[in-house]
Design a binder for this molecule. Structure first.
Ligand SMILES: *Cc1c(COP(=O)(O)O)cnc(C)c1O
Length: 389
């Protein structure tokens, strides 16, 4: 569907995405494979379109979090390898195999049920073994006293008939944190991961095809962790300190337009709760952008949006569908004027800091009623609206 409005929209710069991919490819070197993380609708950028760009550009693998996300890509013609990072129920094994989707195996119980189901179908499921080296989320626990048992269980899973183990991976907990402690923790995770791989490979008698662990922080800072494949998400979309250091470009710009302008006398309360009162005669613009579009209400009276006349502060509480900005002495701001919420000129990092969160959460929070405009070669390639019509 295409939106009929020019209310609030996101612009997805596919040239920037391709640029980031190429730049990262160059940075990691030609011997390392590239897995693009496109879970959560590619961090809110549109996983089908992002995956198409990556597929055409020659990326090696994609990762999503669930079966539904993997199927969205397959149904839309993406043919490259896809890894599901999260859990998939046993009753989906047939579809995993049918649609050539690789499943992460995170513990013995799941290895057994996947293998059983694959054997029942007389087929083989492709898997990657997930090792928990310190993230304490999914994966075979292998640290300290758990080492021998962890390795033993991984080897057992690999030897189950019905499973074809292509890879092994782990996930870093603090690779994107600064400081010696974070470095030491990450290095401990990495060394443990290598020990597990060494021991498992010895026992199974051949090497893994794909060993991977480097997320955004590790891609930027720890070259030694690349192994066979890197697995960045955020860097690809061009946000955060590391993206800046590597010269990457932000892919999403979130924009809105002025719907109404009014002038109020001094001491007028603006919006719910009246937390802001005008200090003088004040020109206020209403924007059709509220918390139902993904604007964090905690930014009420705090954030500032970028108008054609410079930054304009948000006044009063952010509403569900609207917010108000102060455009006093900004004569260029008129009804219909375009306003950048975050993007190339108004960096998302500022908004994330003010909201006490990370850019990931902000791009994921852009809601489905906000249509996307995909830009390529500086022109509109396609428009997309996710509402049921
Ligand atoms: C989300 C995720 C990534 C990507 O993380 P970034 O910080 O965006 O690079 C990599 N691996 C796993 C297992 C993930 O869940």
């Amino acid at each position: 569907m295409e939106s009929t409005l020019r209310r609030t929209w996101s612009e997805i710069d596919l040239d920037a995405l391709l640029y980031n991919y190429k730049k990262l490819r160059e940075y990691i070197g030609k011997d390392v494979k590239f897995l693009g993380v496109v879970k959560a609708d590619a961090y809110g950028h549109g996983s089908v379109m992002v995956s198409k760009v990556l597929e055409q550009a020659g990326a090696d693998y994609l990762a999503v979090s669930s079966m539904d996300e993997a199927m969205e890509l397959r149904v839309n013609g993406i043919r490259m390898p896809i890894l599901i990072l999260g859990h998939t129920p046993k009753n989906q094994v047939e579809r995993l195999i049918e649609f050539h989707i690789t499943q992460a195996v995170t513990c013995m119980a799941k290895a057994k049920e996947y293998a059983e189901e694959a054997r029942r179908l007389n087929k083989v499921l492709k898997i990657h073994i997930k090792v928990d080296t310190g993230m304490s989320r999914l994966g075979y626990l292998c640290d300290g006293d758990f080492f021998d048992n962890g390795v033993q269980n991984i080897v057992e899973a690999i030897n189950l008939k019905g499973l074809d183990t292509e890879g092994i991976f782990t996930h870093f907990a603090v690779a994107d944190e600064e400081g010696e402690e974070a470095r030491a923790y990450t290095m401990h995770q990495f060394e443990l991961f290598k020990q597990v791989i060494g021991e498992v490979e010895k026992r199974m008698g051949h090497p893994f095809k794909l060993r991977h662990c480097a997320n955004t922080g590790a891609v930027a800072k720890y070259k030694e962790t690349y192994l066979d494949m890197v697995r960045p998400g955020l860097l690809l979309y061009g946000y955060g300190e590391y993206a800046k250091e590597l010269g990457l470009k932000p892919v999403m710009s979130l924009k809105t337009s002025v719907s109404t302008i009014k002038i109020y006398p001094e001491n007028t309360a603006i919006s719910y709760g009246g937390i802001y009162k005008t200090k003088k005669t004040t020109r206020i613009a209403v924007l059709p952008y509220g918390y139902a579009d993904g604007f964090f209400r905690s930014l009420s009276n705090r954030y500032q949006l970028l108008t054609p006349d410079g930054v304009a502060p948000v006044r009063g509480k952010i509403c569900m569908d609207m917010c108000m900005i102060d455009v006093t002495d900004m004569p260029d701001v008129q009804v219909g004027s375009e306003v950048e919420i975050f993007g190339k000129e108004n960096p998302i990092e500022t908004m994330a800091d003010m909201a006490g969160t990370i850019p990931y959460e902000l791009t994921c929070a852009v809601s489905k009623r906000v249509p996307r405009t995909y830009m390529k070669d500086g022109k509109v390639l396609e428009k997309e609206l996710l509402l049921r019509m």
